[in-house]
Design a protein around this ligand. Structure first.
Ligand code: 3EB
Length: 355
């Protein structure tokens, strides 16, 4: 990470990356055709709950996330590049590079000696080391899967320990890290290791915060010794357009959970947060039309699998049946939260070309 992210951003605006990155949710039934058409251009295929394990090994980078899928649509998350992709491995990180973009994945098991803070710090330090040596210094988007996220050990929750280790790694890497935090999701998994997969780039993205919410990196101490190190969203310019990577978003106003115990109210509040973030992004970017219509690649993490039908019905009413959406079981960082939603918004105008 470099220090002055706003300067990097201007730099990025004048040096548009040669690469365009796509994220698609591909039904397993169409997967072989999709892969055949994208040979050599696949950054990663992300599968959930072992659903892709039956597919024969192919020469692309596969990331297996253990969170169980809930809907019966069987979608995989496929990241592609418009430039050739090279696969590499270093220090336990499997990754691909292509032009301006790097896509990586790291798994680290904890132990009695290494509590979650230590494990997390080690994982992020390895990521930053790799990004430095490969010269992709900007972490754009991170997905964190934390074992037993709500379990308390010696008075601290696993998520609080995770936040401590992550904060330490970021602050050791960059004094001004609050300006350079990635968009993120943090999800609890019921078995396995700490798992982080991520997108990084040669040029920085732009941090967008949500006016309805206290920035997570400024959450008060009551939630844990160290605040969560993520931005509400990152706007990243690729060659033929921009992506707004929206972090996992929940029913939090200011820094407090609202609607304890009410699924529908939490869902509506989460949607209001996403809308507010998009409205603010539109304002910052001086885009007049509503960019909410360009939302796609929505992932919905739910604590209780039996909430699926209600949540899916509401979201389909709200966004229509065409919205690509992956529904997953995931525990969430605060035990009262019932769901969290992330998404990608395609912003069509280029930086500097205001409508
Ligand atoms: C929140 O707004 C909900 O710690 O990386 C959402 C996305 C949440 C990412 C993280 C946490 C994280 O605080 C929780």
């Amino acid at each position: 990470m470099r220090n002055a992210s706003s300067l990097d951003y201007r730099h990025a605006a004048s040096n548009k990356p040669a690469v365009t990155v796509h994220c698609s949710y591909v039904p397993l039934s169409c997967f072989p055709d999709y892969i055949a058409e994208s040979t050599g251009k696949i950054l990663a295929v992300v599968g959930f709950g072992g659903e892709t394990l039956d597919i024969p090994p192919l020469p692309y980078f596969r990331v297996e996330v253990t969170t169980p899928p809930l809907a019966d649509t069987h979608l995989t998350e496929v990241w592609t590049s418009t430039l050739p992709v090279i696969y590499r491995e270093q220090g336990g990180i499997h990754y691909t590079v292509s032009g301006d973009v790097l896509f990586g994945s790291i798994r680290l098991s904890g132990s009695d000696e290494a509590t979650m803070d230590v494990t997390t710090r080690t994982a992020y330090k390895r990521i930053f080391d790799l990004l430095q040596t490969e010269a992709y210094p900007h972490l754009i988007r991170a997905w964190n899967f934390v074992p037993d996220i709500n379990k308390t050990i010696n008075g601290l929750e696993q998520y609080q320990l995770f936040c401590m280790g992550r904060h330490q790694a970021f602050s050791e890497c960059n004094r001004y890290f609050e300006l350079a935090l990635p968009a993120a999701s943090a999800i609890g998994v019921r078995q396995g290791d700490l798992h982080i997969y991520f997108l990084a780039a040669r040029h920085a993205g732009r941090q967008i915060e949500n006016p309805r919410q206290v920035s997570a990196f400024h959450y008060p101490r009551c939630y844990g010794p160290r605040s969560p190190s993520f931005s509400r969203a990152i706007l990243k310019e690729w060659n033929d357009g921009r992506h707004l990577y929206i972090s996992g978003t929940a029913s939090i106003i200011g820094h407090e959970i609202c609607h304890n115990g009410s699924l529908d109210k939490q869902l509506q509040e989460t949607l209001r947060n996403i809308e507010s973030l998009l409205e603010h992004a539109g304002h910052v970017l001086e885009i007049r039309e509503k960019i909410i219509n360009n939302l796609s690649c929505m992932k919905i993490y739910m604590r209780h699998p039996d909430h699926l039908v209600q949540v899916k019905n509401s979201l389909e009413r709200h966004f229509g049946h065409e919205m690509p959406a992956i529904y997953l079981q995931g525990d969430l960082c605060r035990s009262d939260l019932l769901l969290e939603i992330e998404a990608i918004c395609h912003v069509r105008q280029y930086i500097g070309q205001h409508v």
